[in-house]
Ligand binder design. Structure first.
Ligand code: GMT
Length: 378
């Protein structure tokens, strides 16, 4: 198959899933062409003459246009790739602008099929916004096939957008060979003393992530036990988290590391992962932590309970309940046997439920069905 992958290039989960999946599909022997505004985060340094290939969506600004048209630029770039490379199927990650752009390109060329994967905020934030409701609904309704990354997201999509097309649930996956425990004391020693608990948060620091709750939880934990916090990623809420850490007097124990693609190293040395988001369709970062045997303390929001099993692979609390989250974190960190059991259960879940060998074939099968005009069995 020749597949075009239309995705965001930043550090957000949808771009990460698009990239990791595209790489797996290429490994399975298919020709994969990424189409994005810049090289996707986790594709940096990968690819070559044998693919996967990258095609840039060019930006165009013109004084008469008060706003840019990312959807039309993406549709234009995709149209060229479809024509030049003979693309069979376009996999659009995120509804607007990517599914809409893919539908445009399908109309222009009359050639490609479109499979859209919904990731979360494309429905829960963008699609729920009156300014985008009709266009998001149209994108979902008119795709040749639609997948969602959790049952929660499939249900919310039906309710919010009032669509009646089949939505197949295909969960996120994790490369369990890469996301492993890192038992190198020298790496851990860069951030924490051996007697300190190392807490971790990884995200794109958007409001939905509630990064201030991360700091609040950490302040409570570190008032009880020696601890450090690694904050990995960047985004609009980073400075608020920094200021709060200063106000709470814990800034000396919080490391803001910025954004980098090989998060597996910091995941592998952490003792606890914090994900207090107020809405999370899946929570890929939590799964990556679980694969590294790191227990997760998270808010019980959206699809998170489909990933983190309360009391087994971590602990869940209500959104904003930082006292309960801190209490749960301390309970795990103070009890070595709970800590080890939760870490091992997380690893087992990653291997038995979210391994690429289980998930990638589901996408390949969805591609095959779309290309042979079969309907998804949902
Ligand atoms: O909000 C983000 O963290 C980024 C966002 C995206 O679309 O780039 O992530 C969403 O997709 C991920 C991959 O499918 C999911 O694991 C995240 O839970 C989801 N984020 C939200 O729903 C907030």
């Amino acid at each position: 198959m020749k597949i075009a992958v239309l995705c965001h290039s930043g550090a957000g989960g949808s771009g990460v899933v698009a990239t990791e999946l595209g790489l797996e599909v290429a490994l399975a022997g298919h020709e994969v062409h990424f189409v994005a505004t810049s090289v996707p985060f986790r594709l940096l340094g990968v690819g070559g003459a044998n693919g996967p290939y990258f095609h840039q969506v060019s930006a165009f600004s013109y004084a008469l246009f008060e706003q840019p048209f990312p959807e039309l630029s993406a549709a234009n770039a995709l149209t060229e790739v479809i024509e030049e490379c003979g693309i069979d199927l376009t996999h659009a990650h995120y509804a607007i602008p990517h599914a809409t752009a893919a539908l445009h390109a399908r109309n222009i060329t009359g050639k490609t099929k479109v499979l859209t994967t919904l990731h979360g905020t494309d429905v829960t934030l963008v699609g729920a916004e009156p300014a985008f409701r009709h266009t998001t609904r149209h994108a979902v309704q008119k795709s040749d096939a639609v997948t969602a990354v959790s049952q929660f997201l499939a249900d919310v999509t039906r309710e919010t957008l009032k669509v009646d097309v089949p939505i197949e649930v295909i969960p996120n996956f994790v490369d369990t060979a890469r996301f492993v425990r890192v038992a190198d004391p020298a790496i851990r020693a860069r951030f924490a003393h051996p007697d300190e608990a190392l807490l971790l948060h990884v995200s794109n620091f958007r409001p939905v992530k509630r990064v201030e709750d991360v700091v609040e939880v950490f302040a409570r934990v570190s008032s009880e036990i020696p601890a450090r916090l690694l904050m990995v990623g960047d985004g609009p809420e980073r400075s608020r988290a920094f200021e709060l850490a200063q106000q709470l007097g814990v800034i000396g124990r919080v490391h803001f590391l910025g954004s980098f693609p090989d998060v597996q190293t910091v995941m592998g040395i952490a003792d606890l992962f914090l994900l207090p988001s107020n809405g999370e369709s899946f929570g890929l970062a939590a799964l990556e932590a679980m694969s590294c045997e790191v227990p997760v303390v998270a808010a019980r929001a959206g699809g998170v309970p489909e990933v983190v099993e309360d009391g087994v692979t971590g602990r869940l609390a209500e959104v904003g309940d930082v006292d309960s989250m801190a209490h749960a974190a301390l309970g795990i960190l103070r009890d070595q046997s709970t800590y080890l059991a939760m870490g091992q259960a997380g690893r087992r879940a990653a291997l038995e439920k979210f391994h690429p060998h289980l998930i990638v074939p589901q996408y390949l099968e969805a591609y095959r069905r779309v290309l042979s005009n079969e309907v998804a069995p949902v």
